[in-house]
Design a protein around this ligand. Structure first.
Ligand SMILES: [Cu+2]
Length: 336
């Protein structure tokens, strides 16, 4: 009991020393690990009057099919479907802007440009490709500072995804000309979707860490008569500051994507697995490593470059869906 009491007193003393003895005791973004791993959106807030622009390129690769969590062959897919997806690459380009009208609130806007390509094979052995590209859904959000503790901070995210992405992407296949492409090849949700999140950040002299919970809530049905599944993500990360320019990060991320409800009548579910909403919804855990580079002074002050790669450790899909292989993020950020 005595031990606990002395640890508690020691803890309180050190918190008070950290809390009251330092001039700049607040959490600070002005260091390489002052931003989370680059794949995390809305991780940081800005001081009043600050503006930041960012560009991120996020390619994602998929290959082969899973039945729940087991790999399945083309032959198995052909037992029930006319075609089987082989490989898919989804490239996302994101342009973002942030502006803080006050210390309490930072506003964010993001525009997405998507380019998707899927290689398939028919039951008869013919290989073919489908492609889609164009603007995806835009999003706007407010980040609200809830707490500024010594070297720690908490902020909430309140946002909305605006259905600017086209959901009538079509292409020619050996089975049909001008066929509606699969749900995952479409460029948006077709619905106005609220986004809610909360982020916690902490840092010491040479380390930083954080966690974020985020939920996209799909709202109503789109004009193709379906609704994408809710999208829940939670991630935790830790980074080591090597010097004033570089930091390395490690992260863990859990994603749960719920099933699609309703269905697009232009998609015949026996054509291929991804045309059936039974084959939608998945959960996945990823591990990531990243590097952040930051320029703290000079004419390029507040310019950042960062990259991160996330690899799935476990994934489980509903029915038969493609297997996720990896997600990379390359980003540039510049604050004025
Ligand atoms: Cu920013």
């Amino acid at each position: 009991m005595n031990n606990y009491r002395s640890y508690f007193i020691l803890f309180l003393t050190s918190v008070s020393i950290i809390g009251f003895s330092q001039e700049h005791a607040h959490w600070s973004a002005a260091r390489p690990d002052g931003h989370a791993p680059i794949s995390v959106m809305g991780d940081h807030t800005h001081h009043k009057g600050e503006v930041m622009f960012s560009y991120k390129y996020m390619p994602m690769w998929m290959e082969g099919s899973l039945n729940e969590s087991d790999a399945v062959s083309n032959a198995t897919v052909f037992e029930n479907y006319m075609a089987a997806p082989q490989k898919m690459q989804m490239d996302m380009h994101m342009l973002g802007a942030m502006y803080a009208p006050s210390e309490k609130i930072t506003l964010m806007a993001m525009v997405h440009y998507l380019s998707n390509s899927m290689a398939l094979k028919t039951k008869m052995g013919m290989a073919f490709n489908t492609e889609s590209k164009g603007f995806g859904d835009m999003s706007i959000a407010a980040l609200i500072n809830l707490a500024q503790l010594p070297h720690q901070s908490v902020h909430a995210m309140l946002g909305i995804s605006i259905p600017t992405g086209n959901i009538d992407q079509r292409g020619n296949t050996p089975m049909m000309t001008n066929a509606q492409l699969a749900y995952s090849m479409q460029l948006g949700s077709g619905t106005w979707d609220p986004i809610l999140g909360i982020t916690y950040l902490g840092q010491s002299d040479n380390f930083s860490w954080g966690a974020q919970l985020k939920q996209t809530i799909r709202w109503g049905k789109n004009n193709e008569a379906y609704q994408l599944g809710n999208h829940f993500r939670t991630m935790g990360w830790a980074a080591i500051k090597l010097n004033k320019n570089f930091s390395f990060s490690g992260s863990l991320r859990y994603t749960k994507l719920s099933s699609i409800s309703g269905s697009d009548k232009d998609m015949n579910p026996v054509m291929m697995p991804l045309f059936s909403t039974e084959n939608s919804g998945r959960s996945q855990t990823d591990a990531g490593v990243g590097i952040n580079f930051y320029i703290p002074e000079g004419s390029l002050k507040n310019l950042r470059f960062a990259t991160e790669i996330l690899l799935p450790i476990t994934q489980r899909v509903n029915g038969i869906q493609m297997e996720n292989k990896s997600l990379a993020t390359f980003g540039i950020q510049y604050a004025l």
